[in-house]
Write a protein that binds this ligand. Structure first.
Ligand code: ADP
Ligand code: ZN
Length: 518
């Protein structure tokens, strides 16, 4: 069978060789075994189910949550003379009826369908006498509450599978899935004999940098100064921020357009097209921009505001350097932005809140890590980066440069935690250090402690950064209710046997000469 797959690759799609893993995945499907496929965007997931779909006699059902992408796929397949149709709420009754008949008469090889449409009774009616051989679940991370885009309809796909086509082989595909999400997908879809196929997530041509956000507009202008002819995306969190930054850059004479959900569909489409065709250089956008965009020569992705989680970060930087050439990804980071994210997290409830907190925590760990950026990034996706250093990130190039000795302040902080009997979170600890007259300090008589007022020389922000650093370096840990607790390592510092080194502030946005020459 795999021979026939190769022939189809060549004859129908015009490609000579399979991309990594494609052959194995197709082989698995042809053997009627379930598969979970994890491949970065652009890796070539679609062919993995399209080729088996052509080789099987019956129908292949493809669930996909994004109607616009579904339409593109169907149109592309039609250009290859493949009979593919789609069913979703956007179709006119005529188009719906036509597509339905193509399925009923056994003419369609692939049926793309939105999850909510698949769950409808009329769809179940349509499919009940159809021989479905392959059930492909695209964007499969939507199944898991631990993914970044949970969709409740996806949860019911397993039921549909059991009810309508229990004998069909299942292939779940996604570009981003942590080990936890992967387990969730396979469990929810009730995979039988199955295998996971995980392509590497590393994108070696992306230079990764995270800079302290202290003067963001000027940092952006500095960054752009040497990139006047390079195409790039700048992500902001809010529409207002997009508009403001767009205006600044426009005033500076850059060729730039904004993109966010507050613009009309028409303006969005125009701005996107201009960017893709290189009629403009820069697009300033919210998260709304980028889905399904395959522009090869995006030379930089800048995060004016920090992303919400690692998956989002990875997806967004992943839009750079599709042509394989070096591209720069710079994130501006500040703890103030973290507070904004926390504010929204605190409005959530229950498990949703817990998950959002975990996502933020993971992101902060990644940002604050002093290791090669690729180590924690790949680890997040369940992949072990095979080296200690990539040579293509800020941390690899700035080893030990501005490490300072923080023993004195560390000792003060650790002493304070001890005096508070490891029973309070960082706010109380910092208030005591700074000699605050906050109610909670006075009422608990913490103003009587030796530590009270011992750390007035530092701002709240500096103490916060230090406490994070001490957690990162395992002098402290966060217990239940975020209570700060001493770890074994803290003893040596308190006794004066060990010094504490680290960096609080991150370096500038500009790539250093060394960084730029990579
Ligand atoms: P994904 O769904 O993983 O984001 P796609 O399936 O859209 O990626 O594939 C990305 C691009 O790679 C498409 O243009 C596709 O035609 C191309 N492609 C896929 N497989 C091959 C291959 N074996 N050889 C050459 N090009 C391929
Ligand atoms: Zn590195």
């Amino acid at each position: 069978m795999i021979k026939e797959a190769k022939a189809t690759l060549k004859e129908t799609f015009g490609y000579d060789t399979f991309r990594p893993l494609q052959e194995d995945i197709i082989d698995q499907a042809l053997k009627r075994k379930d598969a979970l496929v994890i491949m970065p965007t652009g890796g070539g997931k679609s062919l993995c189910y399209q080729i088996p779909a052509l080789l099987f006699d019956g129908l292949t059902v493809v669930v996909s949550p994004l109607i616009s992408l579904m339409k593109d796929q169907v149109e592309q397949l039609r250009e290859y003379d493949i009979n593919a149709v789609h069913l979703n709420s956007s179709l006119s009754p005529e188009a719906y009826g036509y597509n339905r008949r193509q399925v009923l008469q056994g003419k369609a090889k692939l049926l793309y369908i939105a999850p909510e449409t698949l769950l409808m009774d009329k769809t179940k009616d349509l499919l009940k006498d159809i021989k479905v051989e392959l059930f492909a679940v695209d964007e499969a991370h939507c199944i898991s509450e631990w993914g970044h885009d949970f969709r409740p309809d996806y949860r019911q796909l397993a039921e549909v599978r059991k009810e309508l086509f229990p004998d069909a082989t299942c292939m779940a595909l996604t570009a981003t899935a942590t080990p936890r999400v992967r387990k969730d997908i396979m469990r929810t879809l009730e995979f039988g004999e199955s295998e996971e196929f995980i392509a590497s997530f590393d994108r070696p041509n992306l230079f990764l940098k995270i800079a302290d956000k202290d003067d963001p507009t000027n940092q952006v202008l500095d960054f752009l100064y040497t990139r006047k002819n390079q195409s790039g995306i700048i992500y902001c969190t809010s529409r207002r921020q997009v508009d403001e930054l767009y205006q600044e850059l426009d005033d500076e004479g850059y060729s730039v357009k904004p993109y966010h959900a507050g613009l009309s569909d028409r303006d969005r489409a125009i701005n996107q097209r201009k960017f893709i065709r290189d009629d403009i250089q820069i697009i300033v956008a919210t998260i709304a921009f980028g889905m399904g965009i395959n522009k090869p020569n995006v030379r930089f992705v800048m995060h004016y505001d920090m992303p919400q989680n690692i998956e989002q970060y990875y997806q967004q930087i992943g839009r750079a350097g599709r042509d394989g050439l070096r591209s720069d990804c710079v994130m501006l980071f500040s703890y103030a932005d973290t507070q904004k994210i926390k504010y929204f997290i605190n409005k959530k409830e229950g498990q949703e809140k817990e998950i959002a907190e975990k996502h933020l925590d993971d992101l902060l760990k990644f940002i604050e890590s002093k290791k090669c950026r690729r180590v924690p990034l790949m680890k997040y996706f369940g992949e072990e980066y095979p080296k200690d250093e990539c040579g293509m990130c800020d941390n690899c190039l700035s080893k030990d440069e501005d490490v300072e000795d923080f023993t004195l302040q560390a000792k003060k902080l650790l002493t304070c935690v001890k005096e508070l009997e490891e029973g309070y979170g960082k706010t109380q600890v910092i208030n005591v250090l700074r000699g605050s007259k906050a109610k909670k300090v006075l009422e608990l008589e913490h103003d009587k402690l030796d530590s009270y007022g011992s750390g007035k020389e530092w701002s709240k922000d500096q103490w916060e950064q230090l406490s994070r650093m001490l957690v990162r370096q395992d002098y402290l840990s966060k217990g239940e209710y975020a209570v700060l607790q001493l770890e074994d390592k803290a003893d040596a510092v308190l006794k004066g046997d060990e010094n504490v080194y680290g960096t609080l502030d991150r370096t500038s946005t500009m790539l250093s000469d060394e960084e730029a020459s990579r």
